[in-house]
Design a protein around this ligand. Structure first.
Ligand SMILES: Nc1nc2c(ncn2[C@@H]2O[C@H](COP(=O)(O)OP(=O)(O)OP(=O)(O)O)[C@@H](O)[C@H]2O)c(=O)[nH]1
Ligand SMILES: [Mg+2]
Ligand SMILES: [Zn+2]
Length: 318
């Protein structure tokens, strides 16, 4: 017999969930313990985040309450549509920015770029369903011949459908096209330090001086090398996020079967492998490897895919 043990009552049934309090806001930047939150009128407040909430990132939508005319508290971080993330030193997922529709990978010939990193960014974008865009900045430093060569080398990306723009903040080459590409989207500029991400933001935002001044008064941060991921509004719709340059960009852990989805040109072949769990590296009867052999998938892209598969399996064994 014995009395049936009473189920511990879950807090959810004993206590009504706290009503989501506060007004909607947009996180423009996050640094240390403070988030800069913009309210619907465009006023910016320094906000702390209530305990037990996830760390906010640039682009987060939140519910918050003002505590005094310039400060407030974030009560809730609303669900993120998309999150761009990278692993931290301990291989934990660290979000960089949220609610993005486009990831604009900025490259330049100075500093020179690496195709492996470009591919890792493109994969990161594909895996979160954000549209990748490739921007080759500092086009003023390219003569006709070197521009032509670079266009050819980047041709595979155009062939698989990625928008590709050459820009210069010096000559304004390509800026109109870039503006058109960014309009009414939320886009983040990513890439190595010094490729000109902030210069592009400045070129696209005529009143940025005011904005940068206002923000750095609050943050006390300088305005040269970017240290904090920051969101700006484009004058006729859309948001543009400037991010600090990176030395390298690594992907967060992705299950082996998922990684191939980051390479959009593999897509037509993914159902055609002999093994349903094919990782497309050394398996027999692999449709992806066949496509590489017959030239329908670029060897360079496939090599970068292979490298990623290997890198992932070595981190997951750690
Ligand atoms: N020649 C040339 N130089 C440029 C162009 N755009 C930016 N630069 C220069 O490149 C340098 C770096 O520019 P930033 O805009 O600070 O680069 P960034 O990518 O924001 O760098 P981080 O914030 O460190 O990631 C500056 O000296 C700019 O003047 C361009 O179109 N052509
Ligand atoms: Mg910058
Ligand atoms: Zn395969």
């Amino acid at each position: 017999m014995g009395a049936r043990r009473r189920q511990p009552r879950s807090p959810a049934t004993t206590r009504k969930p706290e009503p989501a309090r506060g007004q909607p806001g947009l996180v423009l930047a996050h640094y240390g313990q403070v988030s800069l939150v913009e309210d619907e009128q465009g006023e910016v407040f320094r906000c702390a985040t209530r305990k037990n909430l996830p760390r906010t990132v640039c682009g987060d939508r939140v519910l918050w309450q003002a505590s005094n005319p310039r400060e407030g508290v974030i009560n809730q971080v609303l669900e993120r549509r998309t999150t761009l993330a990278r692993p931290d030193h301990n291989n934990r997922v660290r979000p960089v920015a949220a609610n993005l529709d486009q990831i604009v990978v900025v490259i330049a010939t100075r500093p020179s770029f690496e195709y492996g990193m470009l591919d890792r960014y493109l994969v990161a974008a594909e895996l979160i369903d954000a549209t990748p865009v490739i921007v080759v900045n500092k086009s003023d430093t390219l003569d006709d011949e070197s521009r032509h060569k670079l266009e050819q080398r980047l041709g595979i990306y155009r062939d698989i459908g990625y928008a590709q723009l050459f820009t210069s903040t010096r000559t304004t080459d390509g800026l109109k096209e870039l503006h058109r590409q960014l309009k009414s989207h939320t886009s983040i500029l990513v890439g190595q330090s010094g490729v000109g991400k902030s210069s592009l933001v400045q070129a696209l935002l005529p009143d940025l001086d005011i904005r940068v001044g206002a923000l750095s008064q609050v943050t006390g941060l300088g305005r040269h090398t970017t240290t904090v991921t920051t969101l700006y509004h484009l004058p006729d719709g859309g948001d543009l996020i400037d991010s600090p340059g990176v030395r390298d960009f690594t992907l967060c852990e992705v299950p082996p079967g998922e990684l191939a989805k980051g390479f959009r040109e593999f897509e037509p072949f993914l159902g055609g492998c002999r093994f349903h769990n094919c990782v497309h590296v050394s398996e027999p009867g692999c449709a992806v490897q066949d496509a590489v052999r017959s030239g329908r998938i670029s060897e360079r892209r496939f090599k970068n895919y292979e490298r990623l598969v290997k890198a992932m399996s070595s981190t997951s064994r750690r």
